[in-house]
Ligand binder design. Structure first.
Ligand code: KG4
Ligand code: ZN
Length: 334
């Protein structure tokens, strides 16, 4: 048939996921097994623990993805897998599983960049319209990406230190909130007032790069000073102030990137795009500027294999396959 059926596999961090996607746009299944409960007691993802859990789950998750899609391995056209970036030990589990399946079936193996996956989460909702700019904000990345067609990515800017999600998680930890901190801060911030003054790193006038480590340090200093002086900190207001400092920069730089490239389409992607205030503010700002904004539904913002299968579809169609020597790459660049 002329349908393209791709099996996607994602194990870059703490979600074990497999999915079947038809024609790059239609999710037939998307099975996600989160390890958050396992890592919460450590206050963050423990790489070794993540790998072990992926090994235990991966085969069952793949089986379930095929079952849910009412298909079988013989029916899929290719096996797409996250090659990187991510935790190398975690990535290797998905890559090994994908290679074994490709070897057993003779099907093409398609290596996918995790960030490309996050961008393509949008494609599962509404087909991408080029040219576009995507703001990718996750626990490991904060990047502005320019695309003129499928499978082609130009980086306009990136974080020079911490990723936005990482800053959320670290600040949350400082406030003794459970892991992952992003959703906790999101929830608190809504009830707070931005009455603590915190820095925004705009960097050079034209720069589309980001920096969040100064903001994180400023929050840390504020908390430490207050503790020394025996003063009360209002964590709700601090969460609100911190979040506002992050969002001011994310929103403003995204709009700058859109204007610089003269595109009409802006996409939000990555775990932090689950942030309710970011979604509201970017929607509002895009409307004012006459920009068409795409935001994935919450379940497609965080790590999942459907987005990997979607991105993998266009790589498969472009003939960008890997052989069985494929390796994971923790620092894989787009
Ligand atoms: O994309 P993702 O699932 O994994 C990576 O590729 O990193 O993103 C996870 C990150 C974590 O840092 C988490 O705290 C953050 O996304 N996050 C949020 C929210 N939900 C998840 N950050 C802010 N607000 C949220 N609602
Ligand atoms: Zn991710």
């Amino acid at each position: 048939s002329n349908e393209t059926l791709i099996l996607g596999i994602e194990t870059s961090c703490d979600e074990t996921s497999a999915a079947v996607v038809q024609n790059g746009t239609k999710i037939l299944s998307n099975v996600i097994s989160s390890q958050i409960d396992v890592h919460r007691k450590f206050g963050g993802v423990v790489p070794e623990v993540a790998s072990r859990r992926h090994v235990e789950r991966i085969t069952l998750i793949i089986q379930k993805a095929l079952e849910d899609a009412e298909t079988c391995l013989e029916e899929v056209d290719a096996i797409a897998v996250t090659k990187g970036p991510g935790l190398v030990g975690a990535l290797l589990i998905g890559v090994s599983a994908a290679k074994a399946l490709a070897f057993a079936t003779g099907k093409p193996l398609v290596p996918v960049h995790h960030i490309a996956g996050h961008i393509y989460a949008n494609h599962l909702v509404k087909p991408l319209t080029f040219p576009l700019v995507a703001l990718v904000v996750s626990g490991g990345h904060t990047e502005l990406i320019y695309m003129t067609r499928h499978n082609q990515f130009e980086r306009l800017g990136k974080t020079r230190d911490d990723a936005a999600g990482e800053a959320f998680d670290k600040v949350a930890r400082l406030m003794k909130l459970p892991y992952p901190g992003g959703p906790q801060i999101d929830r608190l911030a809504i009830q707070g007032e931005p009455r603590y003054q915190l820095p925004r790193a705009w960097l050079e006038t034209d720069s589309l790069d980001f920096s969040f480590s100064g903001l994180k340090s400023a929050v840390m200093n504020l908390v430490n000073k207050a503790r020394q002086r025996g003063e009360e900190i209002n964590y709700t207001d601090l969460a609100c102030s911190f979040q506002m400092a992050v969002l001011d920069v994310l929103v403003e730089k995204s709009i700058r990137a859109v204007k610089k490239t003269k595109v009409k389409h802006l996409l939000l992607a990555g775990g932090v795009s689950a942030n309710s205030s970011l979604r509201i503010r970017l929607t509002e700002r895009a409307r004012q500027e006459g920009i068409e904004l795409g935001i994935p539904p919450l379940e497609l913002c965080t790590d999942n294999a459907a987005m990997i299968a979607a991105a993998g579809t266009y790589q498969f169609l472009d003939g960008k396959h890997a052989d069985l020597s494929l390796n994971a790459d923790a620092n894989f660049s787009l």
